[in-house]
Design a protein. Sequence first.
Length: 244
Amino acid sequence: MQYGIINLNLIAVRKNNSAKSEMISQFFFGELIKVIKKKDNWSLVVSKIDNYEGWIRSSQFLPISYKDYSKLINQKKRFCHSELLIQNEEKINCTVPSGSLISNCKYLGYSYDLDNVSINDLEEISMTFINSPYLWGGKTKFGIDCSGFVQTVYKIYGKILPRDANQQAHEGFKLSNISKSKPGDLAFFGKTLKKITHVGIIISENKIIHSSGKVRVDKLVQLGILNCDSNEITHKLQSIRRVI
């Protein structure tokens, strides 16, 4: 089996081995992968972060030995809290997105300047994504889907969640009703409990922050999400789960 590390700031993960194929996710700088198989100029890989599988261009990662892969897995992980400018030995700059695995910078020949200030509050982290446009498969402030938003915010906070909403809906434990919720809990939406199609993060004052058109704040009520612009229920609430 081949192993690798993402050495670009951000790459697209495709459903199939084609540039025209649907983007289903994104891999960040420093992310470790296993290569399952190769076809033409593409590799089917699985991420060590969340076990997510998809196709990426074979030229968009650096092959590494199993020894290095194991060493990097076991070192303490650090994810950047905001977009970060890093620089390699040739003084070439690269901007990596929030949530990148900067603890792997040194291995890839990069360095960075970072003060000791970090955000340790989930709501504060989530609010830094406000007005980020919705993008299917996206996970950054430049385009993000609902589950990608939840996953990236929690990753920055220090908790690794699965990639998709229907997978996240099995994490932690279910709360009996909305009155038991607190900031940081996850709310899941869909036609039925078995068909979860949307997720958001509950914040203070009975509100929810989620990616729908853009990352926005709306009101959370018993029926679901009450859109602050249209004053209509846009997503039907199915469950609330506590994952931290």
